[in-house]
Design a protein around this ligand. Sequence first.
Ligand SMILES: *Cc1c(COP(=O)(O)O)cnc(C)c1O
Length: 428
Amino acid sequence: MDVNDALYLKAQQVMPGGVNSPVRAYRDVDMAPRFINSADGAYITDADSCRYIDYVCSWGPLILGHNHASVRAAVEQAIPDGLSFGAPTSGEIEIARLIVGMVPNIEMVRMVNSGTEAVMSALRLARGATGRDKLIKFDGCYHGHCDAMLVNAGSSVLDGGRPSSAGVPEGAARDTLTARYNDLDSVRALLEANRDQVAAVIVEPVAANMGVVPPAPGFLQGLRDLCDEFGALLIFDEVITGFRLATGGAQAYFDVRADLVTFGKIIGGGMPVGAYAGSRELMELVAPCGPVYQAGTLSGNPVAMAAGRAQLLWLKQHPYIYEDLEKNGEILAAGLRDAAGAAGVPVRVNRVGSLISVFFTDTDVFDLESARTSDRDLYAAYFAGMLKRGIYLAPSRFEAMFLSDAHTKEDIDTTLKAAAETFRELGG
Ligand SMILES: *Cc1c(COP(=O)(O)O)cnc(C)c1O
């Protein structure tokens, strides 16, 4: 038995499924998870000393790759001054000013500790601001694990084939209405049937938790217009897209304005950080200025802020990174499409910038229903074939590939060679 398998057995004695987040358990690909010892740049090394080219990148935060020198230096510099104060610091002002300067249409930001917390807080703010209770989300979009969002949710919630979760009271789910991604009529119908009751429409501006599903042209602007017409707030959940599509996130990339924006992942540079942001008018409804309560013992943690600030600053100072990611993303996506085609394996490859998904289906993927046509067993075989060849992909057909600035042309070449062999195996 190798070290990985031994660790997996041990882990299952003391942690449910051996993991601290379900998708890591590899249940959707019928394998034992890899335990990771270390990572650097585009590479990750497991407990058996196997090195892989990593396309998970901690599920998105590591847009500069693992252990980026400037992020690590910022953390090392912060540590001697203390790990937590529970009091304001100048570092918090710096990262807040950086975010407000980079992201269009926001004036204030509140830092929290995860994407889940950011979304939960933004929803409370939207309800507090409008005095309305209902929310509209989209089937297959994932917004973290707060009760109200565990209704037809994406990500590893999909793997279990359950639309929701046990333990979510009917009352918490009752006020969450679900619409179809890329289907404005389904949103209008809900808004009309619930006139003056919908506080917010929350959307992943690029859906990336049912695999990558781009917004159809006009979809996001259509949501903006519907929200204006019905007096609801539009929330962009940019926990993945924030600072990934562009320094200004999806608002800048698609030129559509949201009322509230949530962040996570990239904003922490690999440390546990989330944030929500909006206009001064909305954000000053949050305690201590206003009646919407939200707090955090470790929020704005000085070490986490140092990491996040260093990564955001690097992105701001190296804007060409986004052009490189776009170019490399297209080479990788086109290469995967060609390799599958040459092997006679029907796939759809969706891509927006550095977010890519391979769906094993012969229908276009534009919403949850079409995403679900992706063949589970073929994905599992593809995953195993790639892993065997040193390519570390997301262990679920409903997750994205994350390309980082650390991935070189050679890494992509190696990946495409592995993909060609793997697809031939699947096709043969
Ligand atoms: C990851 C994710 C979340 C949840 O963030 P956590 O830090 O895992 O709590 C919320 N929304 C989106 C779009 C995400 O991808």
